[in-house]
Design a protein around this ligand. Sequence first.
Ligand code: SF4
Length: 236
Amino acid sequence: MHISEIYRSLQGESTYAGLPCVFVRLTGCNLRCNWCDSEFSFTGGRKMTIEEVAAEVGKLQSATGNRQLATGNCLVEITGGEPMLQEREVIPLMELLVVAGYKVLLETSGERPLARVPKEVIKIVDVKCPHSGEADTFALDNLAALEPHDELKFVLTGRTDFEFARDFVAQHQLAGRVHAILFSPAFKKDATGSRDTSHCLLGPEQLARWILADNVPARLSLQIHKLIWDPAAKGV
Ligand code: SF4
């Protein structure tokens, strides 16, 4: 497998936000979203076997004394880049981690087929909105692969994105089909130093008003890792 980085931090953007999590970031992506915050993962990285990745996850997790693993609450997130570009390796890796007792999250753009992802894995699937620059890349067949514990995420930069997301949720009757529908304001790529929600490309207060006005069954989600750590920092 081509791996960009493996590290332990806090989960930043899902209903698991704020919880300790080991991240496995795979190298490479076939999309180029305008607001992408992980362009460093498009190239480079190191070659590792599935077993080496699992061992490194175990080493980071053992720092916690394996208390979380014993309770089935130890989070591992497979992310990228686009992890499903390495489907041949990432599927057995996820199977291995599930059997080892981890709660596995998969962060994916939804452009690649998801039908072979193990059912125990919690998929956090992006649906790209018009201003991402990658509209219409979501594979609609993937809606049939969603499990009740999965989450759908829409990263928004303005009203056009909001209306697309709102209408997509209604058209495909997604409310109740997944655990959460996340509406997340995109964060400015060049935000450094002291940061707050004014660095969001769509103000959270404005988004909250739109969600309430149109009664959208979505959860407003902020990328808390951007507020905690410098957006340019790696391994956090
Ligand atoms: S799919 Fe994810 S990693 Fe790829 S360009 Fe878009 S935001 Fe970046």
